[in-house]
Design a protein around this ligand. Structure first.
Ligand code: PGA
Length: 258
């Protein structure tokens, strides 16, 4: 049986007002028909979540962040309960753009832990800043995985999604996207690190996806050779035509191979 691929649209700090956000989402949704093989998730800025939930229908809604306390004196923070109340079903944790603002593995670990109490599915981001010739990035990634998952309840592994997003491949200043082979190598590494820590049978359901300059041109390689469970898409998700192409490739690849 073929597993569904997951496609997460990370709008980041875009668009600039609620009306534009609604238009963007509507322009994507109007062309989606008979989606069966793909789990589609939209991650808009917090302030658009409530409005977009009304038009999102059967697709998933993600927050781009959350805080690990349930309530209290935490100015500027948003709890998982508030997000649940809005109908949010996924949360991106530890995105490199948040790490660049100071979030470290221990902080991200607390956010992951709080989701044991929640129905929200965590999308944990990891990724090295540089690829050095000595392969130091392998240790760096291993450390990110171990520290971010330290002391978590094994129940989280049943729903955990890990997004491998090399920092050098993200955004308009990216060097290049990773190759499908590079992604596959890291996917195996992630599985190995998790299997050694939690036991092979406990990590069967962990999904590992790729992010970093994904577009309608390079997605095919990742689907064919990268064995990815899905994608975290930034810029390309802001262009309905591009994003729909990405969805259609993801959706139809199993048929092409039938
Ligand atoms: P990008 O962003 O697709 O614009 O490179 C991906 C991400 O940061 O999630």
């Amino acid at each position: 049986m073929l597993n569904k691929k997951i496609l997460i649209a990370n709008f980041k700090m875009n668009p600039q007002n609620s009306k534009e956000a609604t238009t963007l989402l509507k322009n994507i949704l109007k062309d989606l028909k008979n989606i069966k093989n793909t789990e589609i998730v939209f991650a808009p800025p917090f302030i658009y979540l409530e409005n977009l939930k009304k038009i999102i229908k059967k697709y998933g809604l993600a927050s781009q962040n959350l805080f690990y306390q349930d309530n209290g004196a935490y100015t500027g923070e948003i709890s998982y309960k508030m997000l649940e109340n809005l109908g949010v079903n996924y949360a991106i944790l530890g995105h490199s753009e948040r790490r660049a603002l100071g979030e470290d593995n221990n902080f991200i670990n607390q956010k992951l832990k709080v989701l044991t109490k929640s129905s929200i599915i965590p999308i944990l981001c990891i990724g090295e800043k540089v690829r050095d010739d000595n392969h130091e990035y392998v240790n760096f990634l291993q450390n990110q995985i171990l520290e971010c998952t330290e002391g978590i309840n094994k129940k989280i592994l049943e729903k955990l999604i890990i997004a491998y997003e090399p920092v050098w491949a993200i955004g308009k200043d990216a060097d290049r996207e990773a190759t499908p082979e590079e992604f596959l190598e890291i996917k195996i590494l992630i599985k190995k690190v998790l299997a050694l820590k939690f036991g092979v049978k406990n990590i069967n359901n962990v999904r590992i996806i790729y992010g970093g300059s994904v577009d309608d041109k390079n997605i095919f390689g990742f689907l064919e050779k990268g064995e990815t469970d899905g994608f975290l898409v930034g810029r390309a998700s802001l262009y309905p035509k591009k994003f729909i192409k990405i969805i259609n490739y993801t959706e139809n690849l199993p048929k092409m191979h039938a």
